[in-house]
Design a protein around this ligand. Sequence first.
Ligand SMILES: [Zn+2]
Length: 400
Amino acid sequence: MRPISAEAAGKVVAPFDAAVPAPAAADQPGAVKAVAGQLGTFQPGSLDVLVGQAAAVRALRAAIRRPVHAYLFVGPPGSGKRLAAQCFAAMLLCPGGGEDGCATCRRVMAGAHPDVFVLEREGAAMTIDQAREVTRTAARTSVEGGPCVVVLPELHLARDAVPALLKTVEEPAGQTVFLALADFVPPELVTVASRCQLVTFRSLGDAEVADALRAEGVGVEVAEAAARAAGGRLDRARLLARDPSVAQRWEAWQSVPGRLDGSGATVAVLVDELLGLLKASAAPLLARQAAELEELAEASARDMPKVPGRMAQAVAKAGARELDERHKREQRRQRTDELRAGLAALAAAYRDRAGSGSMAPEHAARAVALVDGFSADLAYNPGEQLALQALLLRLEHLSG
Ligand SMILES: [Zn+2]
């Protein structure tokens, strides 16, 4: 499967950073650089970069002395699991035991080590095909002689793919080490979890998030507002603090409960507005992809004279097709991630209403459950517009 080989080549590992589940920026390599840039005071690969995760850091430093074949990092989104996995992968591969900023550590942190694989889901959830790809990837021989590290982000979204994953995680080939990440452990994941060494990440308080942003050079007011809106997610807070359009989208979703007025026409307007913002949120990703297409075209024009005509055309065609497929996958993922972020904002708005007493707690709880259920079932919602309208109509019924 191409996504993996492309990622293995270090091209698509962009989301392997702290800013991850965050929509638009999840697919921008720029986001990785921005975060990496903030890590300047630490050695590349040092766990010191994790904010507020002293217990997890201690556990990982203890674990590296006697590594096992599978780890499960569990903690709320934005708690630093991906960054931790990246550092731990560097520690597993580093000749000096890690956290020393050597060339190996730097390559892993840059997403450019051939023995580190990040298996990103393609759509809203991991598919069985992707689970089989995990098996194939895990069976690969190490390029540089050390272990192969396979990172499985968002394993709580593996769902139907879990049975296919189980055997691989139980009996990995050779020296493969799995680093599975999950926001929580759903029932279908309990057996896999029992085969892994568990490392727990805690949720961060608003003050911790704000402090971290301020340490990265964000002004006090912006840092505090972003921390509040991000609900303990440092990755989201970083985005909110830096990209005004993210905050605008967050606010649009948060405004929904207050704007529902009992009319179907309002619901239609709201849904069109939200879907318009959703579409616009892909702009940075599309711009990056257009630049990549241009680069590919330039590269083939440059290399063309070295290869006989017909073969050059075939090579160029295959390259373009692979790029196109990866772009479509990235677009699908960006869209589901962005929609999930919006739904999270909507659920948060209902929680706030219960908190402030403007909505009966049991109604708010049902609203949150409806929104969360919708978010969890995104994979099964092909008719986005109608499904969203139906959701808002049900929510309206609850508020009224
Ligand atoms: Zn090193």
